[in-house]
Design a protein around this ligand. Structure first.
Ligand SMILES: *Cc1c(COP(=O)(O)O)cnc(C)c1O
Length: 440
């Protein structure tokens, strides 16, 4: 088979048996040519058409050090020859210990324990269960059973994490089962209204609330909505005042995406619980951690019935822990977070230029994330983002949109030349689609 035949064969078989996430399958099956990725290296994807494509979203926000970083691949190889799986239930292994220590060293002050799981959703799910059990064991009541989250929030796919989401399309099919959650106004829309609403909710119903869960500074999957660190400082103050746990979901924002290691660092706050995944294992393996403060941890000590009876089969597995420890070494050796300053400036300048176009609104950026909303004639909401996607792909750039939000979240160490090319193609594509949309 030549490459074109190989491609056609794969796509035909795919369409018969693979159910794709977040994908309307009827349209997918009818629509022809999906991208078929064959290999990747650094900030580039290589497809079966032989194209080299810049990965504008770091592989669903995971490959923060680029694809296949040689040190990560080597660490995986070495660890896989020694130990691939060992349960962490009452036993331990070197990679888990080393990674927990390294992660806690770079974490906000006061985080003292790392609880491992497999992915961002389970990191959040663990945080929810920890919060509920924490209050049961510290108050000896079941009064504090509700959660607060934000409009436009995204916290993952498990039932608990889904219940926190503030994006209609993700929640609607599963509504009314599961957790009791109140959604509060997002500070990305009106900062002082959001602070007032939080203040009021905590003052009137704080005694029923287990935790406030937020994505710090950028609400990612809900549309790359950026908000002011002042909200986090107020949230910290109000949660402490009203005896409510503050859970920050750094699954997307952590590991340097916003220009500091954690988004929380911009506000100089420490949460009670911090969830991290995605870039934590560099896009190599699913791996996640839920970090807690000593105050939370201590509530689980004492008689055995106070223990946290929770743990995924692969939680803290040696392969993931080993790779995740190497990720942190690379961050240190290659000054990854400091290196984002220069790149962030380029992103911010490109998105500022876009804000001048008539078909766009709300151009924004923070650290290694830039986003813009497309607006205009009818159908723009459904078509605009995907038109930019198609045009950008023709120009050698992969930027999967979130509805009508076009954004870039490249690897943090993307070579400057690739970043310039990425931004050039995105600007050009958005500009062309803005013109085209006037006729829709
Ligand atoms: C992606 C994401 C999750 C879910 O992580 P998975 O690894 O996909 O389960 C949770 N929270 C935030 C903020 C995310 O961006």
């Amino acid at each position: 088979m030549n490459r074109e035949e190989q491609r056609a064969d794969l796509v035909a078989r795919d369409k018969r048996s693979v159910w794709h996430p977040y994908t309307p399958m009827l349209q997918y099956r009818e629509s022809g040519r999906p991208l078929v990725i064959d290999s990747a290296s650094g900030s580039r994807l290589f497809d079966l058409d032989g194209r080299s494509i810049i990965d504008g979203n770091a592989s669903w926000w995971t490959s923060l050090l680029g694809h296949n970083h040689p040190r990560l691949v080597e660490r995986l190889r070495v660890q896989s020859q020694k130990l691939c799986h060992a349960s962490l239930a009452g036993i331990t292994h070197q990679p888990a210990v080393e990674f927990a220590e390294a992660l806690l060293r770079v974490s906000p002050p006061g985080m003292t324990q790392a609880f491992f799981s497999d992915n961002g959703s389970t990191a959040v799910e663990a945080a929810l269960k920890l919060s509920l059990q924490y209050w049961t064991q510290t108050t000896n009541t079941r009064k504090k059973r509700r959660f607060l989250s934000l409009e436009h929030a995204f916290h993952g796919e498990t039932m608990g994490a889904t219940a926190l989401c503030g994006v209609e399309a993700f929640v609607a099919p599963f509504d009314a089962v599961g957790l009791s959650v109140s959604r509060l106004p997002s500070p990305a829309e009106d900062l002082s209204a959001a602070i007032d609403a939080l203040d009021e909710e905590l003052a009137s119903r704080g005694d029923e609330i287990a935790a406030l869960v937020v994505e710090p500074l950028i609400q990612g999957a809900g549309g790359m909505l950026i908000y002011d660190p002042a909200y986090l400082r107020e949230a910290r103050r109000l949660c402490s005042q009203h005896n409510v746990l503050l859970v920050v979901d750094e699954v997307f924002t952590g590991y340097g995406r916003t220009g500091t290691f954690w988004a929380c660092d911009h506000a100089q706050i420490s949460p009670d619980i911090l969830c991290t995944a995605k870039g934590l294992s560099g896009g190599i393996l699913p791996f996640a951690a839920t970090l807690v403060s000593e105050k939370v941890f201590e509530a689980f000590l004492g008689t055995p019935d106070r223990a946290f009876y929770y743990g995924h089969t692969y939680c803290g597995n040696p392969l993931g822990a080993s790779v995740a420890a190497e990720v942190l070494s690379i961050y240190e050796d290659e000054n990854i977070v400091a290196g984002t300053a220069e790149r962030s400036t380029l992103i911010s300048q490109a998105f500022q230029r876009l804000s001048g176009l008539s078909g766009v609104e709300n151009a924004r950026s923070l650290g290694m994330c830039g986003a813009v909303n497309l607006r205009g004639g009818k159908g723009y909401l459904e078509r605009g983002g995907w038109r930019v996607f198609e045009k950008a792909l023709d120009g050698g750039v992969y930027v999967r949109p979130l509805g009508n939000v076009v954004y870039v979240t490249p690897p943090l160490n993307i070579p400057i030349s690739d970043l310039s090319e990425l931004l050039f193609v995105v600007e050009k594509s958005v500009g062309e689609v803005a013109l085209e949309a006037q006729t829709w």
